[in-house]
Each structure stands twice: as structure tokens, then as C-alpha cells.
Design a binder for this molecule. Structure first.
Ligand code: COI
Length: 344
């Protein structure tokens, strides 16, 4: 049995838990996927010739399970992650994993690690489903053999901002992903190049970066790992529309739906960094890991602009967080409980 973490010292880092879930697939078989098994949290064997290692044929998901005050464990919109996992797989020429099985496997992973799901209000259990091309192959081309695996970790906040009023972002006048590329999918390779970019920004004292679009180098797109929203001075909430460079975030969608339910005007449209700087009253990042993170300021070409109005983000976050942790009635029907009775 792996040791439990200190619930009061959680950060967004890996705690190894009791079990991972692993499933092998081969498109030359029917059915393609085996039953999948729980195994101890351990290294898996992978061929050195796996195209995941050479060509980045890998995708992932991120989702959270939370404990309600009565001890129930709730997943948040797992159907959305299941759908995105399938679409990401198709884009990366991996075998699509059936959506119903994805949700069952997430539940099995959470159930097997239920003692690692933090007590209510003390943190969340982050589930990381992954899929990669596991068949050995030398040249570029389609493969038949795949692995889907899931693991999870109790986590706290993504950023250690302390008492500061939000994230300080450095605006990068470059794209996060290539135009016409895989930016809308949750491809492992979309994140690889950004690690150095954000590490360099952190060295300069920023918390993260804000990318512009790769075609015009003008419109805001995403941070290293989240979507973004801008609350304009006229009260309108704007977020970039889904396109080849924007990930269809589950938190992004939920924020749009909650904002509209609150009567806010929400626009999904391109928004230039010049408009954000001139007309933005509030700015925030949305993602499973980032939650709804307040952005204190953006720095473009050495000039810092801050966003003092946190009203929209705070109102939306209050509702989303309450639904996710079971303290607010789920009028949207978004949460899915995990049956905690272990199956034989
Ligand atoms: C998530 O929010 O779940 C992500 O996958 C983003 C990642 C950078 C942690």
C-alpha cells in the first residue's frame, strides 16, 4: 500500500497511488480492445521503436474527481473528456477508444484509488488517461497496436501564487501550436515545446505565458495549459472561438454555459491582444488543472497591464466549484458519481 499524502500540503504534483488501469488494443483484432486490467502503479514496458517516442503519437486527458461533503466521489462531465479523447486519437491516427468504456475505466481507476481522493474541500483527485502507439515501427505511417492507460494523483492548486491577486503572464508574440496542426487535439506534442517557453518566463518572474495566434500573431489563444476569457469594460465576456489552435476545454465550455445562465453576454470570437489591453477589465484562465484562475496582468513588450475586475470569474467559479464538489445543486446534470463498492 502506497503512503497517503499530507492533505494540507497538496500541490499539482504526482503522488503514486495503489493502482493504474491498462488496456491494449490492436486494430487487426475484433474486438480491438482487451478488457483492461488494474495493476500496481509501476513502470510499463514500451518498445524503443514505439512511434510515441519518435513521432509523438500520444494523446492524453485530464479530469478531476472530488469528494462531496457526504463522501460521495463526483466526476465532472466525463462524457466530454471521453469524446475529446476519441477525437484526439483520430487526429493522431491512434485507435479511438470507445467513449462508454473510457468513462467506465475512469471510474474503475478512481474506485481502485478511492483512499487517495482527498477529503471534501482539501484537494481533488486528478485523473490522467493516456493513449499511445505501442507497436514498433520505423517509418512514418499507420500502426495497429495501441495502449490506453489511466492513472491519477491527489492534487492541490496548479500555481503557487500565494497572496498575489492572480497570475502574471508574459505575452509571447508567437503561436502555441502550428496553424492547421493538432492544436485543437490533446496531443502530447502540443505541450512539449511550451515547457521551455514557460520555464524561461518563470525565470523572469512570470507565472505563465499567453500565446498569440500563429497566423496573424495578434489574437490571444491560450496559456501553456488553459483557455482564456476576457471580461470587457462593457460587461461582455469574450473567449477565442474553437479553431485549429484552441483546445475545446471542458472548463471553457462550462464557463460559457454558466455565464450565459447568469445572464452574461458571452462572445466566442477572435480577440486581439490590443483589445484585451485597451478594453479588458478582467482576465482569467480556464482548465481542469488551472480551474478558473484569475489573471492579474499581462506584459507585452515590457509594458504591464493589470485587470482589476474579478467579478465575472468569481461568480462563474463559485458555481462551477460548487457543482464539482457537491455543495451546490447540479442543475446542469454535469456530475457523475463513482460507485465506491469494489467489484470482484
Ligand atoms: C489539464 O488542465 O487537465 C491539462 O491537461 C493541462 C496540463 C497543462 C496540466
Amino acid at each position: 500500500m502506497k503512503p497517503l499524502p499530507d492533505w494540507d500540503a497538496l500541490s499539482f504534483s504526482l503522488t503514486e497511488t495503489d493502482a493504474i488501469w491498462v488496456c491494449r488494443g490492436d486494430t487487426r483484432r475484433d474486438p480491438v480492445w482487451d478488457a483492461g486490467t488494474l495493476r500496481p502503479f509501476e513502470d510499463l514496458a514500451i518498445s524503443v521503436a514505439s512511434p510515441a517516442l519518435s513521432y509523438g503519437l500520444g494523446i492524453f486527458e485530464g479530469m478531476k474527481a472530488q469528494r462531496a461533503p457526504d463522501g460521495t466521489i463526483l466526476l465532472f462531465r466525463p462524457d466530454r473528456n471521453a469524446e475529446r479523447f476519441r477525437k484526439s486519437a483520430e487526429r493522431l491516427t491512434l485507435a479511438p477508444f470507445p467513449e462508454a468504456r473510457f468513462i467506465e475505466a475512469v471510474k474503475e481507476t478512481v474506485r481502485a484509488n478511492a483512499r487517495f481522493v482527498p477529503p471534501h474541500g482539501r484537494g481533488t483527485f486528478y485523473v490522467r488517461p493516456v493513449e499511445w502507439a505501442s507497436e514498433a515501427r520505423l517509418g512514418l505511417g499507420m500502426v495497429n497496436g495501441f495502449t490506453v492507460a489511466m492513472y491519477g494523483s491527489p492534487v492541490g492548486g496548479y500555481f503557487k501564487v500565494g497572496g498575489a491577486p492572480g497570475l502574471r503572464l508574459l505575452v509571447k508574440e508567437q503561436g502555441r501550436v502550428a496553424p492547421g496542426g493538432t492544436g485543437w487535439a490533446k496531443a502530447a506534442g502540443n505541450y512539449a515545446g511550451g515547457i521551455l517557453v514557460s520555464a524561461e518566463a518563470k525565470k523572469q518572474g512570470f507565472d505563465d505565458v499567453l500565446y498569440l495566434d500563429a497566423r496573424h500573431v495578434r489574437f490571444v489563444t491560450e496559456t501553456s495549459g488553459s483557455n482564456v476569457f476576457c471580461a470587457l469594460r462593457n460587461g461582455t465576456l469574450v473567449t477565442p472561438p474553437l479553431d485549429d489552435q484552441i483546445l475545446p476545454g471542458v472548463t471553457r465550455l462550462s464557463a460559457i454555459e454558466v455565464a450565459r445562465s447568469l445572464g452574461m453576454r458571452v462572445e466566442e470570437r477572435p480577440i486581439g491582444i490590443d483589445e484585451v489591453v485597451a478594453d479588458g477589465a478582467g482576465l482569467f484562465a480556464t482548465g481542469t488543472a488551472y480551474t478558473l484562475a484569475r489573471i492579474h496582468s499581462v506584459t507585452l513588450r515590457g509594458k504591464e497591464t493589470s485587470f482589476p475586475d474579478d467579478t465575472a470569474r468569481a461568480a462563474i467559479f463559485e458555481i462551477i466549484r460548487g457543482i464539482q464538489n457537491g455543495t451546490r445543486e447540479d442543475t446542469f446534470g454535469w456530475t457523475v458519481p463513482v460507485d465506491q463498492t469494489r467489484r470482484a
